[in-house]
Design a binder for this molecule. Structure first.
Ligand SMILES: [Zn+2]
Ligand SMILES: [Zn+2]
Length: 253
């Protein structure tokens, strides 16, 4: 059985109890980090995982709250003497930003730096990525200010899956990639007033209902989030279980 450990659950503007949204998918032999905000090494230390244990990093898009921990994680992996390559997956523009961040910080001056293998993703609607250890991962483009990927992660051995909307307004590709998953981590940056590029808790409920998921977990929530209100708003449109994510929640799939 695999786990998702939520290393952060806040929106771009996070509060005192929430780091920006990112998470670790932890299997028996494979660790996949989805997004890389905050201080990843500090967050991983909480759960006893070292930067050199991460096999793959998937960056959903190039906004700072999803990518700004990337150079620090790589620096720490190099400090730990890692020479095993780390795999970084993302859209063309996201990969370009990741490379540019390392360039801006003069990483080329660090001797014997950890090898990085970049993998560009080209999704049309729902696209399967190359297998990552014991996981099969599919991606789909969302509706956001910059090109962004929603993800579905399936544990090959059991066929169990979860999905993560990343940042998005309601979008049919996201519904498709999340269809019938055990749980759906959907962003709910607002409560009930729609704004371009993001979703309300109400909309997240509607998307969960369309995708026929088992459980809806609201994530990427603002500092003023009132979990009861967010849950109630989502519940208006979704009959299944709903909760608001908290940092360091561990969810099995
Ligand atoms: Zn965001
Ligand atoms: Zn964003």
């Amino acid at each position: 059985m695999a786990q998702v450990i939520l290393l952060g659950t806040g929106a771009a503007w996070s509060g005192p109890d929430r780091e920006n949204t990112f998470m670790l998918v932890r299997g028996k032999t494979t660790n996949v980090l989805i997004d890389c905000g905050g201080s990843p090494t500090q967050r991983l230390a909480h759960i006893g995982v070292k930067p050199d244990e991460i096999d793959h990093i998937i960056l959903t898009h190039n906004h700072p709250d999803h990518i700004y921990g990337f150079p620090l994680l790589l620096l720490n992996a190099w400090m730990a003497g890692r020479q095993r390559a780390i795999n970084v997956h993302g859209l063309r523009g996201t990969i370009r930003s990741a490379k540019n961040i390392l360039k801006a910080l003069d990483f080329h001056l660090l001797p014997n730096f950890t090898p990085i293998h970049y993998h560009k993703i080209f999704p049309n609607s729902v696209t399967s990525l190359s297998p990552m250890g014991e996981f099969d991962i599919a991606a789909a483009p969302t509706t956001h200010f910059v090109p962004t990927l929603a993800l579905r992660v399936t544990e090959r051995a059991t066929g169990e899956a979860f999905a993560y909307s990343a940042d998005t307004s309601p979008n049919d590709n996201v519904v498709q990639v999340a269809r019938n998953v055990k749980f759906f981590l959907h962003e709910a940056t607002m409560l009930d007033e729609p704004k371009e590029g993001h979703s309300t808790a109400e909309e997240a409920g509607e998307e969960a209902s369309k995708a026929n998921v088992g459980e809806l977990i609201l994530i990427h929530v603002p500092p003023n989030v009132e979990p009861k209100k967010w849950r109630a708003a989502a519940k208006q449109n979704f009959r299944g279980k709903v909760r608001v994510a908290n940092d360091f929640d561990v969810i099995e799939f």
